[in-house]
Design a protein around this ligand. Structure first.
Ligand code: AP5
Length: 227
């Protein structure tokens, strides 16, 4: 099915499901997508100068400085073909980042068309993040929840290793949620005033959340997709 070329961003607290939904939406809407958190973790894993510079910042649950994040985004956006839409997951997180994004998109003549504002309770976010483990080794990485005994058994059977993100430790989750509330959440007013923000309930099954996003942005009812 043909879709408009979306210039969209996913907004929401840690654990809201931004990256989970980004993976689905980029396929569905044929978008280039960037997760700034994932990109930073890749830099850390590879031990690059950027990785060394930001490792402790992520481990503390704080935000990386605006200048570096804006430089990363500018380079990424400039490389996207005009025929391709894009989806930002985790950017902007501060007012200076939002202002810089506007300037970059104005230069590129690619204004934002949708802001997807995922809403989730603190208790559900803590449940998702506190229980998140990544199964590494002998196959693709798999994200699982510690309550999912079948997934844990599958991971161990394939010889995988269960790893916790350093910023998913309880004290860091609390810090990340506080940073979100103080520095990022107020940004939604910046976009709401323009009439491009869509508030979406991010609780429930992944497919239900995806259906709510599609329905809100496209303005027509969607059933939950096969996940
Ligand atoms: P980032 O990786 O973006 O972390 P975050 O925003 O804290 O978000 P998460 O990745 O934990 O959650 P998410 O909303 O993407 O949800 P997910 O789909 O993963 O950033 C990490 C760090 O990088 C930041 O703290 C900061 O230091 C730095 N950084 C990044 N961007 C920056 C910027 N612009 N400026 C400055 N610093 C920046 O899902 C979470 C869990 O829930 C998963 O286990 C998933 O499987 C599960 N889940 C998802 N949906 C559902 C569902 N519907 N039901 C049940 N479980 C679900």
């Amino acid at each position: 099915m043909e879709h408009p070329i979306y210039h969209a961003l996913l907004f929401g607290p840690p654990g809201a499901g931004k990256s989970t939904q980004a993976e689905y939406l980029m396929q569905h809407w044929n978008l280039a997508a960037i997760s700034t958190g994932k990109l930073l973790r890749e830099q850390i894993a590879a031990g690059t100068p950027i990785g060394l510079r930001v490792r402790e910042v992520l481990a503390r649950g704080e935000l990386v400085d605006d200048a570096l994040m804006i430089e990363i985004l500018r380079a990424w956006l400039a490389a996207i073909s005009p025929d391709n839409g894009f989806l930002l997951d985790g950017f902007p997180r501060t007012i200076p980042q939002a202002q810089a994004l506007d300037e970059i998109l104005a230069e590129l003549h690619r204004p934002l068309s949708a802001v997807i504002d995922l809403r989730l309770s603190v208790s559900e976010a803590v449940h998702r993040l506190g229980g998140r483990r990544i199964c590494y080794g002998n196959g693709p990485d798999e994200i699982i929840h510690i309550n999912d005994e079948a997934a844990i058994a599958r991971c161990l059977e394939r010889g995988g290793l269960l790893v916790q993100r350093p910023d998913d430790l309880p004290n860091v989750i609390v810090k990340r949620l506080a940073v979100y509330e103080a520095e990022t959440e107020p940004l939604i007013n910046y976009y709401r005033a323009r009439g491009i923000a869509h508030r979406v309930d991010a609780s429930g099954e992944r497919a239900q959340v995806a259906a709510r996003i599609l329905s809100a942005v496209e303005g027509i009812d969607h059933p939950p997709p096969v996940w």
